[in-house]
Design a protein around this ligand. Structure first.
Ligand SMILES: Nc1ncnc2c1ncn2[C@@H]1O[C@H](COP(=O)(O)OP(=O)(O)OP(=O)(O)O)[C@@H](O)[C@H]1O
Ligand SMILES: [Mg+2]
Length: 238
């Protein structure tokens, strides 16, 4: 466990009831993300990675157990406090992008700055700058349907980081990218982490996790394997 946790979970469970069966998407996860840490989460499909990110980001509510910001459980926060956590502190790159279909790439990124008091011209300047950095200077007026999968993914990354959050949850942010663009995003995340951004990176690519993150957690069937023991996958990478 990191010495100065930014977020921590205790016995976190998320069970889905489907008729007579219960899917235990998460089943007792205790973990933490340090302030400014770059944490990797790997695990096979269906192991509960996206479910965990959604709970950490305050987008979903646990069946039992807790997620705490510092020592305040998210469930103890008022609606306003929780909304402020999501709007100011959290950046999220969704596995399925979740871009607004009727807005252009530039508008999608600008939207992330709509609720934190950034003036319109500054919104446009910052959104354009980040899209340029991600190689999308000539795609700003395209709508998501007129972008390739990899381009949509880069717009989703731009939207998540443009507001300078404290923590970024990135769910397979390079899953649809060729090697060159994946490298560009990986090194951008690396730079942002060195500037103080905490990152939780979900990936199927163990090699990428070990290369870029400081520590990797492995998940299987809704639980964490080998968390944080010296020499295990949860220990800091050498
Ligand atoms: N709304 C839901 N209702 C029922 N079961 C669900 C629901 N959402 C997720 N699950 C189940 O919970 C489990 C964990 O899902 P989750 O999306 O967290 O997996 P994942 O590790 O992100 O997988 P992938 O690598 O394929 O994205 C899966 O078995 C999934 O089918
Ligand atoms: Mg997933």
């Amino acid at each position: 466990m990191p010495p100065d946790p930014y977020l921590q979970t205790t016995g976190l469970c998320r069970h889905y009831r489907r008729g007579p069966t219960v899917v235990k998407a998460l089943d007792g996860v205790t973990m933490a993300v340090g302030r400014g840490e770059y944490l990797g989460i790997v695990g096979s499909s269906g192991s509960g990675k996206t479910t965990l990110l959604n709970l950490l980001a305050g987008l979903d509510t646990p069946t039992s157990g807790s997620v705490s910001l510092g020592d305040v459980p998210l469930t103890a926060m008022s609606r306003r406090e929780l909304a402020a956590y999501r709007a100011r502190c959290v950046g999220m790159v969704f596995q399925s992008f979740n871009l607004i279909a009727h807005a252009t790439a530039l508008q999608n990124v600008e939207m992330a700055l709509l609720f934190n008091g950034t003036p319109p011209r500054e919104r446009r300047r910052r959104a354009s700058a980040i899209l340029e950095r991600l190689g999308l200077a000539d795609r700003m007026t395209h709508h998501p349907a007129d972008l390739s999968g990899g381009e949509q993914q880069r717009v989703a990354v731009a939207r998540a980081i443009v507001k300078k959050p404290e923590i970024l949850f990135a769910d397979e942010p390079t899953g649809n990218l060729d090697f060159e663009n994946a490298l560009e995003i990986a090194s951008l995340l690396d730079t942002l982490n060195k500037e103080g951004l905490a990152i939780v990176l979900v990936t199927h690519n163990l090699e990428m996790a070990q290369q870029y993150t400081q520590r990797t957690i492995r998940m299987q069937y809704g639980v964490i394997l080998q968390a944080g023991q010296p020499g295990s996958a949860g220990a800091p990478h050498p």
